[in-house]
Design a protein around this ligand. Structure first.
Ligand code: NOJ
Length: 541
Protein backbone atom coordinates (compact mmCIF):
# COMPACT_ATOMS: atom_id res chain seq x y z
CA UNK A 1 0.00 0.00 0.00
CA UNK A 2 1.34 3.42 -0.96
CA UNK A 3 2.09 5.49 2.12
CA UNK A 4 0.47 8.88 2.76
CA UNK A 5 1.10 11.74 5.18
CA UNK A 6 -2.45 11.44 6.52
CA UNK A 7 -1.70 7.98 7.85
CA UNK A 8 1.21 9.26 9.89
CA UNK A 9 -0.30 12.30 11.59
CA UNK A 10 -2.66 12.82 14.49
CA UNK A 11 -5.58 15.14 13.68
CA UNK A 12 -7.02 17.70 16.11
CA UNK A 13 -10.59 18.90 15.71
CA UNK A 14 -11.38 22.54 16.37
CA UNK A 15 -14.97 23.62 16.94
CA UNK A 16 -14.27 27.29 16.25
CA UNK A 17 -17.23 28.76 18.09
CA UNK A 18 -15.90 27.33 21.35
CA UNK A 19 -12.13 27.31 20.91
CA UNK A 20 -10.80 30.78 21.63
CA UNK A 21 -12.44 34.21 21.45
CA UNK A 22 -9.89 36.92 20.61
CA UNK A 23 -12.21 39.96 20.58
CA UNK A 24 -14.49 39.56 23.59
CA UNK A 25 -17.78 39.00 21.75
CA UNK A 26 -18.23 35.64 23.48
CA UNK A 27 -17.73 33.66 20.26
CA UNK A 28 -14.54 31.86 19.28
CA UNK A 29 -12.86 33.14 16.13
CA UNK A 30 -10.09 32.61 13.61
CA UNK A 31 -7.69 35.05 15.24
CA UNK A 32 -8.19 33.06 18.45
CA UNK A 33 -7.32 29.83 16.64
CA UNK A 34 -4.19 31.40 15.19
CA UNK A 35 -3.16 32.51 18.67
CA UNK A 36 -3.30 28.90 19.85
CA UNK A 37 -1.32 27.29 17.03
CA UNK A 38 1.82 27.10 19.16
CA UNK A 39 -0.15 25.17 21.77
CA UNK A 40 -1.19 22.68 19.08
CA UNK A 41 2.36 22.51 17.78
CA UNK A 42 3.50 21.65 21.29
CA UNK A 43 0.95 18.85 21.42
CA UNK A 44 2.47 17.57 18.19
CA UNK A 45 -0.55 17.21 15.89
CA UNK A 46 -0.08 17.28 12.12
CA UNK A 47 -3.52 18.37 10.93
CA UNK A 48 -6.56 20.27 12.10
CA UNK A 49 -10.10 19.30 11.18
CA UNK A 50 -11.85 22.64 11.31
CA UNK A 51 -15.61 22.56 11.84
CA UNK A 52 -17.42 25.03 9.55
CA UNK A 53 -16.26 28.65 9.49
CA UNK A 54 -18.40 29.74 6.53
CA UNK A 55 -21.14 32.35 6.32
CA UNK A 56 -24.16 30.89 8.08
CA UNK A 57 -27.28 31.92 10.00
CA UNK A 58 -26.16 29.34 12.59
CA UNK A 59 -29.33 27.37 12.90
CA UNK A 60 -27.02 24.36 13.34
CA UNK A 61 -23.85 26.22 14.36
CA UNK A 62 -22.43 26.56 10.88
CA UNK A 63 -23.51 23.20 9.45
CA UNK A 64 -26.10 25.30 7.61
CA UNK A 65 -23.95 27.15 5.08
CA UNK A 66 -25.19 30.28 3.33
CA UNK A 67 -21.97 30.91 1.39
CA UNK A 68 -19.20 28.32 0.99
CA UNK A 69 -16.69 30.98 0.02
CA UNK A 70 -17.22 33.63 2.67
CA UNK A 71 -16.20 33.49 6.31
CA UNK A 72 -18.78 33.97 9.06
CA UNK A 73 -18.48 37.59 10.24
CA UNK A 74 -18.34 36.51 13.88
CA UNK A 75 -15.29 34.36 13.06
CA UNK A 76 -13.35 36.91 11.01
CA UNK A 77 -12.39 37.43 7.39
CA UNK A 78 -11.07 35.41 4.47
CA UNK A 79 -7.70 37.16 4.91
CA UNK A 80 -7.57 35.89 8.50
CA UNK A 81 -8.51 32.42 7.30
CA UNK A 82 -5.74 32.45 4.70
CA UNK A 83 -3.30 33.65 7.31
CA UNK A 84 -4.41 30.85 9.62
CA UNK A 85 -3.75 28.27 6.89
CA UNK A 86 -0.31 29.79 6.22
CA UNK A 87 0.62 30.01 9.92
CA UNK A 88 -0.47 26.42 10.45
CA UNK A 89 1.56 25.39 7.44
CA UNK A 90 4.66 27.01 8.91
CA UNK A 91 4.22 24.71 11.90
CA UNK A 92 3.74 21.66 9.65
CA UNK A 93 0.05 21.53 10.43
CA UNK A 94 -2.43 21.08 7.58
CA UNK A 95 -5.95 22.47 7.75
CA UNK A 96 -8.74 20.09 6.78
CA UNK A 97 -11.95 21.95 6.00
CA UNK A 98 -15.45 20.74 6.82
CA UNK A 99 -17.30 20.09 3.56
CA UNK A 100 -21.04 20.26 4.17
CA UNK A 101 -22.61 19.49 0.81
CA UNK A 102 -25.52 17.21 1.59
CA UNK A 103 -27.45 20.40 2.28
CA UNK A 104 -27.05 24.17 2.40
CA UNK A 105 -28.72 26.81 4.53
CA UNK A 106 -32.13 27.98 3.34
CA UNK A 107 -30.39 31.35 3.19
CA UNK A 108 -27.92 30.18 0.54
CA UNK A 109 -28.40 32.13 -2.71
CA UNK A 110 -29.24 28.88 -4.55
CA UNK A 111 -32.15 28.12 -2.24
CA UNK A 112 -33.36 31.70 -2.24
CA UNK A 113 -33.55 31.38 -6.03
CA UNK A 114 -35.00 27.86 -5.94
CA UNK A 115 -37.89 29.06 -3.80
CA UNK A 116 -38.89 31.63 -6.40
CA UNK A 117 -40.82 29.03 -8.34
CA UNK A 118 -40.85 25.77 -10.21
CA UNK A 119 -39.28 27.31 -13.30
CA UNK A 120 -36.35 28.87 -11.54
CA UNK A 121 -33.01 27.52 -12.88
CA UNK A 122 -31.94 26.66 -9.31
CA UNK A 123 -35.16 24.83 -8.46
CA UNK A 124 -33.63 21.45 -9.23
CA UNK A 125 -30.56 22.09 -7.07
CA UNK A 126 -32.79 20.94 -4.20
CA UNK A 127 -35.26 18.12 -3.64
CA UNK A 128 -38.92 19.01 -4.12
CA UNK A 129 -41.99 16.80 -4.06
CA UNK A 130 -45.72 17.18 -4.49
CA UNK A 131 -47.97 16.47 -1.54
CA UNK A 132 -49.25 12.93 -1.06
CA UNK A 133 -52.78 12.12 -2.26
CA UNK A 134 -54.19 13.22 1.10
CA UNK A 135 -52.38 16.56 0.81
CA UNK A 136 -49.86 15.65 3.50
CA UNK A 137 -46.09 15.05 3.40
CA UNK A 138 -44.85 13.06 0.38
CA UNK A 139 -43.66 10.15 2.52
CA UNK A 140 -42.61 9.16 6.01
CA UNK A 141 -38.96 10.32 5.91
CA UNK A 142 -37.97 11.87 9.23
CA UNK A 143 -35.49 14.60 10.08
CA UNK A 144 -32.51 13.72 12.29
CA UNK A 145 -33.59 16.72 14.35
CA UNK A 146 -37.13 15.39 15.10
CA UNK A 147 -40.29 15.62 13.04
CA UNK A 148 -40.81 15.05 9.31
CA UNK A 149 -38.03 15.64 6.77
CA UNK A 150 -40.42 17.58 4.51
CA UNK A 151 -41.28 21.27 4.79
CA UNK A 152 -44.24 22.83 3.02
CA UNK A 153 -43.59 25.67 0.61
CA UNK A 154 -46.98 27.35 0.21
CA UNK A 155 -45.88 29.60 -2.65
CA UNK A 156 -45.16 26.70 -5.00
CA UNK A 157 -47.45 24.08 -3.48
CA UNK A 158 -44.58 21.62 -2.98
CA UNK A 159 -42.55 20.24 -0.12
CA UNK A 160 -38.75 20.41 0.09
CA UNK A 161 -36.57 17.80 1.74
CA UNK A 162 -34.47 18.51 4.84
CA UNK A 163 -32.89 15.51 6.52
CA UNK A 164 -31.73 17.91 9.25
CA UNK A 165 -33.37 21.21 10.28
CA UNK A 166 -35.87 22.91 8.01
CA UNK A 167 -33.23 25.59 7.56
CA UNK A 168 -30.97 22.92 5.99
CA UNK A 169 -32.61 22.02 2.65
CA UNK A 170 -31.05 18.95 1.01
CA UNK A 171 -29.12 19.43 -2.21
CA UNK A 172 -30.15 17.29 -5.16
CA UNK A 173 -27.05 15.30 -6.12
CA UNK A 174 -28.82 13.99 -9.19
CA UNK A 175 -28.30 17.44 -10.71
CA UNK A 176 -24.98 17.53 -12.65
CA UNK A 177 -24.86 21.32 -12.79
CA UNK A 178 -25.12 21.60 -9.02
CA UNK A 179 -22.37 19.02 -8.66
CA UNK A 180 -20.04 20.98 -10.95
CA UNK A 181 -20.58 24.10 -8.84
CA UNK A 182 -19.67 22.17 -5.69
CA UNK A 183 -16.54 20.76 -7.33
CA UNK A 184 -15.47 24.22 -8.53
CA UNK A 185 -15.92 25.54 -5.00
CA UNK A 186 -13.83 22.67 -3.59
CA UNK A 187 -11.10 23.42 -6.10
CA UNK A 188 -10.95 27.04 -5.04
CA UNK A 189 -10.44 25.89 -1.45
CA UNK A 190 -7.78 23.40 -2.55
CA UNK A 191 -6.00 26.28 -4.30
CA UNK A 192 -5.78 28.04 -0.94
CA UNK A 193 -3.49 25.27 0.25
CA UNK A 194 -5.78 23.31 2.54
CA UNK A 195 -4.93 19.78 3.67
CA UNK A 196 -8.23 18.13 2.79
CA UNK A 197 -11.88 17.77 3.58
CA UNK A 198 -13.96 16.19 6.31
CA UNK A 199 -17.18 15.37 4.50
CA UNK A 200 -20.32 15.93 6.51
CA UNK A 201 -22.91 13.10 6.31
CA UNK A 202 -21.47 12.21 2.93
CA UNK A 203 -23.24 8.84 2.85
CA UNK A 204 -26.53 10.70 2.32
CA UNK A 205 -25.71 12.30 -1.04
CA UNK A 206 -26.81 9.21 -2.97
CA UNK A 207 -30.31 9.50 -1.50
CA UNK A 208 -33.42 8.58 -3.46
CA UNK A 209 -36.05 10.31 -1.35
CA UNK A 210 -39.03 9.12 -3.38
CA UNK A 211 -38.06 5.56 -2.47
CA UNK A 212 -37.32 6.48 1.12
CA UNK A 213 -33.58 5.79 0.61
CA UNK A 214 -31.27 8.19 2.45
CA UNK A 215 -27.95 6.53 3.45
CA UNK A 216 -25.82 4.41 1.09
CA UNK A 217 -27.86 5.13 -2.04
CA UNK A 218 -27.06 3.13 -5.19
CA UNK A 219 -25.02 5.92 -6.84
CA UNK A 220 -23.14 7.07 -3.77
CA UNK A 221 -19.76 5.64 -4.75
CA UNK A 222 -20.06 6.72 -8.36
CA UNK A 223 -20.67 10.26 -7.13
CA UNK A 224 -17.65 10.15 -4.86
CA UNK A 225 -15.44 8.87 -7.65
CA UNK A 226 -16.67 11.69 -9.85
CA UNK A 227 -15.92 14.18 -7.08
CA UNK A 228 -12.47 12.71 -6.53
CA UNK A 229 -11.59 13.04 -10.20
CA UNK A 230 -12.98 16.56 -10.47
CA UNK A 231 -11.24 17.84 -7.33
CA UNK A 232 -8.71 16.24 -4.99
CA UNK A 233 -7.73 13.30 -7.19
CA UNK A 234 -4.39 14.85 -8.18
CA UNK A 235 -3.51 16.11 -4.72
CA UNK A 236 -2.54 14.01 -1.73
CA UNK A 237 -5.25 15.34 0.56
CA UNK A 238 -6.83 13.88 3.68
CA UNK A 239 -10.45 13.12 2.89
CA UNK A 240 -12.58 11.64 5.63
CA UNK A 241 -16.25 10.88 5.21
CA UNK A 242 -18.74 11.00 8.02
CA UNK A 243 -20.61 7.73 7.44
CA UNK A 244 -22.96 6.70 10.22
CA UNK A 245 -24.13 3.62 8.34
CA UNK A 246 -20.72 2.14 7.46
CA UNK A 247 -19.84 -1.48 8.08
CA UNK A 248 -16.26 -2.66 7.44
CA UNK A 249 -17.38 -3.87 3.99
CA UNK A 250 -18.81 -0.46 3.16
CA UNK A 251 -15.76 1.30 4.62
CA UNK A 252 -13.56 -0.61 2.18
CA UNK A 253 -15.66 0.73 -0.70
CA UNK A 254 -14.78 4.24 0.41
CA UNK A 255 -11.18 3.78 1.43
CA UNK A 256 -9.63 0.97 -0.62
CA UNK A 257 -6.85 2.87 -2.46
CA UNK A 258 -7.57 1.43 -5.90
CA UNK A 259 -11.16 2.71 -5.78
CA UNK A 260 -10.06 6.37 -5.74
CA UNK A 261 -12.64 7.67 -3.32
CA UNK A 262 -11.68 8.81 0.19
CA UNK A 263 -8.71 8.40 2.52
CA UNK A 264 -10.91 7.02 5.30
CA UNK A 265 -14.30 7.27 6.94
CA UNK A 266 -15.59 7.89 10.44
CA UNK A 267 -17.57 4.80 11.40
CA UNK A 268 -19.84 4.90 14.44
CA UNK A 269 -20.48 1.30 15.34
CA UNK A 270 -18.78 1.56 18.74
CA UNK A 271 -20.48 4.89 19.41
CA UNK A 272 -23.93 3.31 19.47
CA UNK A 273 -23.17 0.79 22.21
CA UNK A 274 -24.97 2.68 24.96
CA UNK A 275 -28.10 3.13 22.86
CA UNK A 276 -31.05 0.72 22.99
CA UNK A 277 -31.10 -1.21 19.73
CA UNK A 278 -34.77 -0.36 19.10
CA UNK A 279 -34.43 3.27 20.19
CA UNK A 280 -32.89 6.61 19.31
CA UNK A 281 -29.59 7.90 20.63
CA UNK A 282 -31.46 9.31 23.62
CA UNK A 283 -32.66 5.86 24.73
CA UNK A 284 -29.92 4.72 27.02
CA UNK A 285 -28.54 1.33 27.97
CA UNK A 286 -25.26 0.42 29.69
CA UNK A 287 -22.23 -0.06 27.42
CA UNK A 288 -20.63 -3.52 27.63
CA UNK A 289 -16.83 -3.49 27.36
CA UNK A 290 -16.86 -6.98 25.83
CA UNK A 291 -18.96 -5.60 22.95
CA UNK A 292 -16.73 -2.56 22.56
CA UNK A 293 -13.71 -4.83 22.37
CA UNK A 294 -15.37 -7.04 19.78
CA UNK A 295 -16.26 -4.07 17.57
CA UNK A 296 -12.88 -2.33 17.85
CA UNK A 297 -11.11 -5.57 16.97
CA UNK A 298 -13.50 -6.26 14.11
CA UNK A 299 -12.68 -2.91 12.48
CA UNK A 300 -8.96 -3.37 13.07
CA UNK A 301 -8.81 -6.78 11.48
CA UNK A 302 -11.44 -6.47 8.76
CA UNK A 303 -10.12 -3.28 7.22
CA UNK A 304 -6.70 -4.92 7.28
CA UNK A 305 -4.68 -3.80 4.28
CA UNK A 306 -7.69 -2.96 2.09
CA UNK A 307 -8.68 0.31 3.70
CA UNK A 308 -7.78 2.74 6.44
CA UNK A 309 -9.40 3.38 9.83
CA UNK A 310 -10.03 6.64 11.56
CA UNK A 311 -9.79 6.39 15.34
CA UNK A 312 -11.82 8.62 17.63
CA UNK A 313 -13.69 8.78 20.91
CA UNK A 314 -15.00 12.31 20.60
CA UNK A 315 -16.27 14.99 18.29
CA UNK A 316 -18.61 17.99 18.44
CA UNK A 317 -21.68 15.75 18.13
CA UNK A 318 -20.84 13.36 20.93
CA UNK A 319 -20.75 13.61 24.71
CA UNK A 320 -17.21 13.54 26.08
CA UNK A 321 -16.00 9.95 26.27
CA UNK A 322 -14.18 10.57 29.56
CA UNK A 323 -17.55 11.28 31.21
CA UNK A 324 -19.45 8.78 29.12
CA UNK A 325 -17.47 5.54 29.50
CA UNK A 326 -14.52 6.67 31.60
CA UNK A 327 -14.68 7.96 35.16
CA UNK A 328 -14.48 11.76 35.23
CA UNK A 329 -14.43 11.86 39.05
CA UNK A 330 -11.95 9.84 41.12
CA UNK A 331 -10.19 8.34 38.09
CA UNK A 332 -10.33 11.30 35.73
CA UNK A 333 -6.63 11.32 34.95
CA UNK A 334 -6.24 7.51 34.83
CA UNK A 335 -9.27 6.87 32.66
CA UNK A 336 -8.50 9.76 30.29
CA UNK A 337 -4.97 8.41 29.78
CA UNK A 338 -6.28 4.86 29.38
CA UNK A 339 -8.67 6.01 26.63
CA UNK A 340 -5.81 7.83 24.92
CA UNK A 341 -3.38 4.91 25.05
CA UNK A 342 -5.99 2.35 23.95
CA UNK A 343 -7.04 4.45 20.94
CA UNK A 344 -3.71 5.84 19.76
CA UNK A 345 -2.04 2.43 19.70
CA UNK A 346 -4.59 1.01 17.25
CA UNK A 347 -4.08 1.04 13.50
CA UNK A 348 -5.53 4.10 11.76
CA UNK A 349 -5.41 7.89 11.97
CA UNK A 350 -6.26 9.16 15.48
CA UNK A 351 -8.42 12.24 16.01
CA UNK A 352 -8.40 14.36 19.17
CA UNK A 353 -11.35 16.65 19.88
CA UNK A 354 -10.52 20.00 21.51
CA UNK A 355 -10.29 19.69 25.28
CA UNK A 356 -9.90 15.89 25.19
CA UNK A 357 -6.15 16.37 25.67
CA UNK A 358 -6.71 18.09 29.01
CA UNK A 359 -9.50 15.80 30.21
CA UNK A 360 -12.46 18.15 29.84
CA UNK A 361 -15.75 16.64 31.00
CA UNK A 362 -19.46 16.76 30.22
CA UNK A 363 -21.51 19.62 31.66
CA UNK A 364 -24.85 18.43 33.09
CA UNK A 365 -27.77 20.88 32.94
CA UNK A 366 -30.75 21.16 35.28
CA UNK A 367 -33.00 23.20 33.02
CA UNK A 368 -33.59 23.26 29.27
CA UNK A 369 -32.88 27.01 29.34
CA UNK A 370 -29.19 26.05 29.54
CA UNK A 371 -29.29 24.12 26.25
CA UNK A 372 -28.27 25.69 22.93
CA UNK A 373 -28.16 22.85 20.42
CA UNK A 374 -31.02 22.59 17.91
CA UNK A 375 -31.04 18.79 18.02
CA UNK A 376 -31.41 18.86 21.79
CA UNK A 377 -34.07 21.57 21.81
CA UNK A 378 -36.16 19.88 19.11
CA UNK A 379 -35.95 16.52 20.85
CA UNK A 380 -36.95 18.12 24.16
CA UNK A 381 -40.11 19.59 22.63
CA UNK A 382 -40.94 16.46 20.66
CA UNK A 383 -40.56 14.17 23.68
CA UNK A 384 -42.45 16.49 26.04
CA UNK A 385 -45.32 16.42 23.54
CA UNK A 386 -45.15 12.62 23.52
CA UNK A 387 -45.53 12.55 27.30
CA UNK A 388 -41.95 11.82 28.45
CA UNK A 389 -41.14 13.29 31.87
CA UNK A 390 -38.88 16.33 31.99
CA UNK A 391 -36.50 14.42 34.29
CA UNK A 392 -36.15 11.60 31.75
CA UNK A 393 -35.50 14.01 28.92
CA UNK A 394 -32.86 15.91 30.90
CA UNK A 395 -31.18 12.62 31.80
CA UNK A 396 -30.90 11.80 28.09
CA UNK A 397 -29.59 15.27 27.30
CA UNK A 398 -26.96 15.05 30.02
CA UNK A 399 -25.84 11.65 28.76
CA UNK A 400 -25.91 12.31 25.04
CA UNK A 401 -26.54 15.98 24.24
CA UNK A 402 -24.17 17.70 21.84
CA UNK A 403 -23.70 20.78 24.02
CA UNK A 404 -21.54 18.60 26.29
CA UNK A 405 -18.75 18.80 23.71
CA UNK A 406 -19.45 22.39 22.74
CA UNK A 407 -18.69 24.15 26.01
CA UNK A 408 -15.81 26.63 25.71
CA UNK A 409 -12.27 25.33 25.73
CA UNK A 410 -10.78 25.78 29.20
CA UNK A 411 -7.50 27.64 28.77
CA UNK A 412 -6.71 28.89 32.28
CA UNK A 413 -8.21 29.66 35.68
CA UNK A 414 -9.30 33.22 34.83
CA UNK A 415 -13.00 33.99 34.35
CA UNK A 416 -14.76 31.86 31.70
CA UNK A 417 -11.68 29.67 31.64
CA UNK A 418 -9.78 32.24 29.60
CA UNK A 419 -12.00 31.51 26.60
CA UNK A 420 -13.39 35.04 26.41
CA UNK A 421 -13.26 38.36 28.21
CA UNK A 422 -16.94 38.82 27.35
CA UNK A 423 -19.98 36.62 27.95
CA UNK A 424 -19.58 33.22 26.27
CA UNK A 425 -22.34 32.10 23.87
CA UNK A 426 -22.65 28.99 26.05
CA UNK A 427 -21.50 28.82 29.65
CA UNK A 428 -18.12 27.30 30.45
CA UNK A 429 -18.01 24.17 32.65
CA UNK A 430 -17.62 25.22 36.29
CA UNK A 431 -14.62 22.94 36.74
CA UNK A 432 -12.36 25.26 34.71
CA UNK A 433 -10.36 26.49 37.75
CA UNK A 434 -8.98 22.93 38.07
CA UNK A 435 -9.24 21.59 34.55
CA UNK A 436 -7.54 23.91 32.09
CA UNK A 437 -4.70 23.95 29.58
CA UNK A 438 -2.40 26.16 31.65
CA UNK A 439 -2.63 23.79 34.64
CA UNK A 440 -2.10 20.80 32.34
CA UNK A 441 1.02 22.33 30.81
CA UNK A 442 2.44 23.03 34.27
CA UNK A 443 2.00 19.44 35.47
CA UNK A 444 4.45 16.97 33.92
CA UNK A 445 2.09 14.14 34.89
CA UNK A 446 -0.95 15.63 33.16
CA UNK A 447 -3.19 14.06 30.53
CA UNK A 448 -1.75 16.55 28.03
CA UNK A 449 1.70 15.00 28.25
CA UNK A 450 0.32 11.51 27.72
CA UNK A 451 -1.21 12.72 24.45
CA UNK A 452 2.02 14.52 23.56
CA UNK A 453 4.01 11.38 24.20
CA UNK A 454 1.63 9.20 22.18
CA UNK A 455 1.99 11.56 19.24
CA UNK A 456 5.77 11.57 19.55
CA UNK A 457 5.85 7.77 19.77
CA UNK A 458 3.85 7.62 16.56
CA UNK A 459 6.46 9.74 14.79
CA UNK A 460 9.29 7.56 16.05
CA UNK A 461 7.81 4.07 15.69
CA UNK A 462 6.43 2.84 12.37
CA UNK A 463 4.92 -0.15 14.19
CA UNK A 464 2.19 2.18 15.52
CA UNK A 465 1.20 3.23 12.02
CA UNK A 466 1.76 0.07 10.01
CA UNK A 467 1.83 -2.85 12.42
CA UNK A 468 -0.68 -5.69 12.25
CA UNK A 469 -3.27 -6.01 14.99
CA UNK A 470 -4.08 -9.07 17.05
CA UNK A 471 -6.55 -9.16 19.92
CA UNK A 472 -5.55 -10.88 23.17
CA UNK A 473 -8.10 -13.07 24.93
CA UNK A 474 -8.81 -11.48 28.34
CA UNK A 475 -11.54 -10.97 30.93
CA UNK A 476 -14.40 -8.82 29.62
CA UNK A 477 -13.26 -5.55 31.17
CA UNK A 478 -9.72 -5.64 29.82
CA UNK A 479 -8.90 -4.69 26.23
CA UNK A 480 -5.51 -5.90 25.09
CA UNK A 481 -3.86 -6.37 21.72
CA UNK A 482 -0.55 -6.93 19.99
CA UNK A 483 0.90 -4.84 17.20
CA UNK A 484 3.52 -6.48 15.05
CA UNK A 485 5.79 -5.01 12.40
CA UNK A 486 9.06 -6.13 10.83
CA UNK A 487 9.97 -8.51 13.62
CA UNK A 488 8.94 -6.14 16.42
CA UNK A 489 6.05 -6.87 18.77
CA UNK A 490 4.23 -4.53 21.14
CA UNK A 491 1.56 -5.40 23.68
CA UNK A 492 -1.16 -2.91 24.68
CA UNK A 493 -3.11 -3.53 27.88
CA UNK A 494 -6.03 -1.42 29.13
CA UNK A 495 -8.31 -1.99 32.09
CA UNK A 496 -11.60 -0.43 30.99
CA UNK A 497 -13.20 -0.46 34.44
CA UNK A 498 -13.39 0.96 37.96
CA UNK A 499 -12.29 -2.36 39.47
CA UNK A 500 -9.01 -4.28 39.63
CA UNK A 501 -8.81 -6.92 36.88
CA UNK A 502 -6.61 -9.98 36.32
CA UNK A 503 -4.30 -10.13 33.34
CA UNK A 504 -1.68 -12.62 32.28
CA UNK A 505 0.30 -13.45 29.15
CA UNK A 506 3.50 -15.45 28.70
CA UNK A 507 5.47 -12.70 26.94
CA UNK A 508 8.71 -11.26 28.22
CA UNK A 509 9.07 -7.50 28.47
CA UNK A 510 11.85 -5.87 26.45
CA UNK A 511 10.94 -2.27 27.22
CA UNK A 512 8.09 -0.27 28.72
CA UNK A 513 6.86 2.20 26.08
CA UNK A 514 4.17 4.19 27.94
CA UNK A 515 1.93 3.76 30.98
CA UNK A 516 -0.60 5.72 33.03
CA UNK A 517 0.70 4.61 36.39
CA UNK A 518 3.98 5.22 38.22
CA UNK A 519 4.64 1.71 39.47
CA UNK A 520 7.25 -0.20 37.57
CA UNK A 521 5.98 -3.00 35.35
CA UNK A 522 8.39 -5.91 35.72
CA UNK A 523 6.49 -8.85 34.28
CA UNK A 524 3.29 -9.82 32.48
CA UNK A 525 2.30 -12.97 34.37
CA UNK A 526 -0.60 -13.02 36.87
CA UNK A 527 -1.05 -9.27 37.10
CA UNK A 528 -3.80 -7.49 38.99
CA UNK A 529 -4.42 -4.40 36.88
CA UNK A 530 -5.47 -1.33 38.81
CA UNK A 531 -8.71 0.46 37.89
CA UNK A 532 -8.22 2.07 34.45
CA UNK A 533 -4.58 1.01 34.31
CA UNK A 534 -3.08 1.03 30.83
CA UNK A 535 0.37 0.37 29.45
CA UNK A 536 2.27 -0.53 26.32
CA UNK A 537 5.32 -2.76 26.38
CA UNK A 538 7.65 -4.01 23.73
CA UNK A 539 7.89 -7.78 24.12
CA UNK A 540 10.21 -10.46 22.79
CA UNK A 541 8.99 -11.32 19.29
C1 NOJ B 1 -23.09 16.07 11.05
C2 NOJ B 1 -22.44 17.17 11.80
O1 NOJ B 1 -21.31 16.68 12.45
C3 NOJ B 1 -23.49 17.74 12.73
O2 NOJ B 1 -22.95 18.62 13.66
C4 NOJ B 1 -24.55 18.37 11.89
O3 NOJ B 1 -25.61 18.79 12.71
C5 NOJ B 1 -25.10 17.40 10.85
N1 NOJ B 1 -24.08 16.62 10.21
C6 NOJ B 1 -25.82 18.15 9.79
O4 NOJ B 1 -24.91 18.89 9.02
Amino acid sequence: MEKHWWQEVVVYQIYPRSFRDSNGDGIGDIAGMTEKLDYLKKLGIGAIWLSPVYQSPNDDNGYDIADYEAILDEFGTMEEMERFIAEADQRNIKVVMDLVVNHTSDEHAWFVEAKKGKDNPYRDYYVWADPAADGGVPNGLGSAFSGPAWEWDAASGQYYLHLFSKKQPDLNWQNPKMRQEIYAMMNRWIAKGIGGFRMDVIDLIGKIPEKGITGNGPQLHELLQEMQQATFGDHDLLTVGETWGATPEIAKLYSAPERNELSMVFQFEHIGLDQKSDGEKWDLQPMKVAELKRILAKWQTELGHDGWNSLFWNNHDLPRMLSRWGNDQEYRSESAKMLAILLHMMKGTPYIYQGEEIGMTNTPITSIAEARDIETLNMYNARLAKGYSEADILASINAKGRDNARRPMQWDASSHGGFTTGTPWIAVNKNYPDINAEAALADPDSIFYTYQKLIRLRKENPIIIWGDFELVDTVDEVISYYREYEGERWLVVANFSDAAQPFSVEDEIVEVIIQNDEDEITGLQDLQLKPWQAFVVKVKA
